[in-house]
Design a protein around this ligand. Structure first.
Ligand code: K7E
Ligand code: CUA
Length: 654
């Protein structure tokens, strides 16, 4: 035992040493050929071929890039407040960040995944997980706005998330950390056997995308690291990698690396769905937020949900199995045919590939090597399809090109390795600069990848960019994979730490992209649809300003009769009905961000004036030649003053 421990520690130190020397080595991609430059060059005014949605990691957001240019188009606010778009600052979107822990304006987002129809990317929505305060968000790809966030109860470290099944029946969220379920005060040392891991299946309404937790599978107290859906022949199954099957709770780097093999859990969700549809499962008290943004009212509401349906895997025989997989697997990736499940044992010399067909046969023949808490463990050899021998050090994630090739990232040896499904031979390798995590081929998590490019996302960049103090940018690297050999084309910086990304052909999204919101369809309770309807209404200490914008003025632009101690709501409707003409607004001393109001939209910010005076407000978005003239004044009088409430545009207040 001691020896195993020693050798594990020794291996780790070698690996760590390898990483640091690798990271400081000033290897260079060499002079890129001019053809590489041409391949990423998108002529001014022309469009990229692909969208790439790259997770923002600890920024909590999702950024939108074009490929092959690597140009950044937008950062979509998801889990973090964003002053640029007033997300989480304005009254309309604050409820999006509500949770059972209160207002949580930050998260750690890792894995975006685009919705699918019949196993093919459909470009309707992109989902992404919040890792820290477990949540799943849905972004509407017609508006590029976050329109729904559901909190995931009984979870902690929502990491094996958010991956969709091939008709977007479910977006799946597995817990990385096991915890007491339900949560309670208990000694940490009693973890083993008592903590549990919840795997949540969140149904997605096929028409509107409405999310709902259909059931949670309450699994043994392992760490559920990553997951992917079956597809094609394995549609109906879901696969989760695990580590810490030791169920340790301290000094995990050693204690969770004891077992020679951990597991990939195979879950037959169709079977559990049937069980649940027939009344199976146990309703358990819970408390989690479900936040929905309504495009018609331009406002979000947050509802607390008080129960969740849980399923004990032992109650659904034949639904859950464990496939032994060497050495703390991280990535758990399924090839486009649905036959191969690749487990990337972080500390393993080889890549382990399971066969879905062999797994079914093993289940049929009961080729089991015992059980874990009653869940059958499939004999290792019985489901094994093959092994990629010594492809590199520290395998993390695998994507597929749809032409029979797999591409695996190696964190420690810092490279992408291309190998062949079925023969398991390594056919190419290219270095990454440096310490690559995920990689992404557009459509890579579907039956139909678009195997033209792979994007590698790196943890460390060191010497690749101009220095910017102790923190240098994280980055992505684009490789051409259309030929036999991968070719590095481009480095481009990313926002936050990129984990996973999702990509798809631009043509799937471009035609459906909204240009404006129709004013007549605006059902915001404080919408003002014409300048004639603008007004200021006092309700005690609350003052509601019904204001409009159009190039290049606010209506009204002079307001008097506001008093210190008032709570002033600026409800602003942008009357423009023209593509790409937002107006912004802000006022001195406001404790929120500016607003950026899209054509036809209404947004609200609150201002609590603390000082007597005449205070200007102005448009923050350069909207016309007379943008600088787009300004106004609010007169704030003393709390006990008798200044009457009046407002105007184009005339003096008498
Ligand atoms: Cu490997 Cu969170 Cu997907 Cu990052 S995880 S790398
Ligand atoms: Cu409106 Cu600037």
């Amino acid at each position: 035992m001691k020896n195993i421990l020693k050798s594990a520690v020794a291996l780790l130190s070698v690996l760590v040493a390898f990483t640091s020397c690798n990271n400081t080595s000033n290897s260079n991609a060499g002079a890129l050929s001019s053809s590489a430059a041409e391949k990423v060059y998108v002529n001014p005014g022309e469009h990229d071929e692909f969208y790439a949605f790259i997770s923002g990691g600890f920024s909590g957001q999702l950024s939108v890039y074009g490929l092959p240019s690597g140009r950044l188009f937008k950062v979509i606010p998801v889990f973090s407040q964003d002053a640029e778009k007033a997300y989480g600052y304005n009254e309309e979107t604050k409820p999006m960040l509500n949770t059972s822990h209160g207002f949580v304006p930050w998260d750690d987002s890792h894995h975006p995944d685009i919705s699918q129809t019949n196993g093919v990317i459909d470009g309707r929505w992109v989902f992404i997980n919040g890792n820290n305060t477990p949540r799943i968000a849905k972004i509407d790809l017609s508006t590029f706005e976050t329109t729904e966030i559901i909190e995931v109860p009984n979870s902690a470290g929502n990491h094996s998330s958010s991956f969709v099944t091939e008709n977007t029946e479910y977006v799946v969220a597995g817990t990385r950390f096991s915890i007491p379920i339900p949560q309670k005060d208990m000694p940490i040392k009693d973890y083993k056997g008592n903590f549990k891991g919840a795997l949540s299946f969140i149904s997605v309404d096929p028409e509107h995308g409405h999310m709902d937790i259909k059931f949670q599978l309450i699994m043994p107290g392992f760490d559920y690291d990553l997951s992917h859906p079956g597809r094609g022949k394995s549609h109906g199954w879901f696969f989760f990698s695990t580590y810490n099957t030791e169920e340790a709770s301290t000094l995990m780097e050693v204690n969770a690396s004891q077992n020679d093999k951990d597991f990939i859990a195979a879950v037959n969700w169709k079977k559990i769905e049937e069980y649940v549809n027939n009344g199976g499962g146990t309703m358990m008290p819970a408390n989690y937020a479900h936040n929905v943004y309504d495009e018609s009212t331009h406002s979000a509401t947050s509802t607390m949900i008080k129960e969740v349906l849980t399923v004990n895997p032992l109650d659904v025989p034949g639904a859950v199995f464990l496939m032994p997989t060497p050495k703390s697997p991280h990535g758990c990736d399924v090839d486009p045919t649905g036959e191969y499940i690749v487990g990337s044992g972080k500390l393993s010399a080889n890549l382990t590939v399971h066969s879905f067909t062999k797994m079914l046969a093993a289940i049929e023949n009961e080729s089991f090597a015992g059980d874990a808490y009653g869940i059958p463990i499939i004999d290792f050899e019985a489901s094994l399809a093959g092994v990629v021998e010594q492809p590199g050090l520290g395998p993390l994630h695998t994507e597929f090109d749809g032409k029979g090739n797999a591409y695996t990232t190696f964190f420690i040896s810092s490279e992408v390795v291309k190998w062949k499904l079925g023969t398991w031979e390594v056919v190419d390798r290219q270095p990454c600069y440096y310490s690559v995590g995920h990689l992404m081929i557009p459509g890579g998590n579907s039956q139909k990848p678009f195997g033209k490019y792979v994007v590698a996302m790196n943890k460390i960049t060191k010497d690749r960019y101009l220095p910017t103090g102790p923190e240098v940018t994280q980055s992505a690297q684009l490789y051409d994979i259309s030929g036999d050999k991968m070719e590095l084309l481009l480095d481009f910086p990313t926002v936050g730490e990129p984990h996973y990304a999702a990509g798809c052909p631009a043509d799937l999204i471009k035609p459906r992209s909204k240009k404006l919101f129709k004013l007549e369809e605006n059902n915001h309770p404080y919408a003002t649809k014409t300048e004639a309807d603008t007004k200021v209404v006092r309700e005690g200490k609350d003052v509601h300003i019904y204001m409009t914008t159009i190039r290049s003025h606010f209506a009204p632009d002079n307001i008097e009769g506001i008093k210190v101690g008032d709570k002033v709501y600026f409800h602003i409707t942008n009357l423009e009905q023209d593509y790409d003409v937002p107006h912004g607004v802000s006022i001195i001393g406001a404790n929120t961000s500016e607003l950026l109001i899209m054509p036809g939209q209404t947004e609200t910010f609150v201002w609590e004036p603390k000082q007597v005076g005449v205070w200007p407000f102005y448009c923050t978005d350069f909207c016309s030649a007379l943008h600088q003239e787009m300004q106004g004044y609010v007169r704030v009088s003393a709390a006990n003053s008798s200044t009457p409430l009046r407002w105007s545009l184009g005339e003096d207040i008498e």
